[in-house]
Design a protein around this ligand. Sequence first.
Ligand SMILES: *Cc1c(COP(=O)(O)O)cnc(C)c1O
Length: 353
Amino acid sequence: MSRFFSEKYRALTPYTPGEQPTERQYIKLNTNESPFPPSEKAMTAAAEAAGQLQLYPDPTCRELTAAVAALCGVSAEEVLMTNGSDEILNFAFMAFCDDAHPAVFPDITYGFYKVFAELNGVPYRTVPLREDLSVDPADFYNADGTVFIANPNAPTGLVLSVAEVEEILRHNPNNVVVIDEAYVDFGAESCVPLIRKYDNLLVTQTFSKSRSMAGARLGFGVGQASLINDLNTVKYSTNPYNINRLTMAAGLGTLADEAYTRENCRTIMRTRESTTATLRGLGFELADSHTNFLFAKHPAVGGEQLYKQLKARGILVRHFAQPRIADYVRITVGSETEMQALVGALREIVEEC
Ligand SMILES: *Cc1c(COP(=O)(O)O)cnc(C)c1O
C-alpha cells in the first residue's frame, strides 16, 4: 500500500475472482463460464463494429436496451444496460444504500455484495441461511435496509420461488429489494414480471453465463422507471459510455439468436442432471442445482483436498475457505467431455482416500 492510498479504502478487502491461470491448460470449471462459444451472430456483429471504434458508443445504448426490454416484456425506460451485472449491483449499492439503509444479504452468497458495501462505505448485515443452506424468505421480511438476494443463490445453487420473492417484496414496501438473477436461465423462473406490482424491486441479469459473453462484460437491471432513473443518475456520474461498441454489437447479435442461447441452456441442464446423478453414485452429497454449477461435498474428502487433487489433475474448481461451506467445491457444468474428465478424476480421488 502506498502512503497516498485514501483512508477510506485502506481497510478494503477486494473481491477475489476465480483463478484465470496461464501457466498450463486447465479444464476450467471454476468461474461458471459457458463451455459454448458466443453466437456466430455476436461474433460477426462485433467484428463489424470494430470498424467504428474511433467513435464513442451510444451512451443511451438505445438499440440494445430496446432489445432487452422486448426480451423481458417491459418497456425501455424500465431497463438499464451495464458493464457486467457487477456494475448494476455496484450502482444499486451506490443509489439505494446508506447509513439509514444498510445492505442486507445472506451470510453465504455472492462474495461481491460485501465488497460493494465496504467500497461504498455502507453498513451491512448478513442473515444466516438455514441449516440446509436455503434462504428462509421470512428472515428478510421488514429488513430495515436494502435487500440483496441472488436467486438462484450462489454458490449453493438453491432457488426461491417467485411467490416467496413476492412475499419478501410485500413485507418490505419501504426497502429496495434487489434480486440477482445471474443464473435464472438455467431452469428458474424470473421475478421480472413482479416489477409491474412492486416499485421497490430491481432485478439484475447478465450475459456472462447463459449467453457465453463473460469476456464482453454485459449485464442489466430491470425495475420501474423511477428506480432505473436513479441508477442512470449514478451511471452518468461515473461512466456514461459504460457499454463499449464491440459489446453492444455482440449483445444485439446474441439476442438475434435466442434459439442458440435456449439450446445451450437445455444442453447444460441435461449435463447438470446426468452429472448430479453420477456424482451421487460416487458418494457425493449435492442438492438439485438450478444453475450452471454444482455445489458438492463428499463424506470422506474435504473441500480443500478435492480442489487441490482436481487441480493436480488439470481441473480447476472453486473452493471457498469459509465457515459452513469449507467442505464443498463449486463445479461449473461444462461440456459433456469436460464432465467426463471431471467424473474420472473424482472417481480416482475418492478411491484413493
Ligand atoms: C457471475 C455473477 C454475477 C456477475 O456477473 P457479471 O459477469 O458481472 O455479469 C453476479 N451475480 C452472481 C451471483 C454471479 O454469479
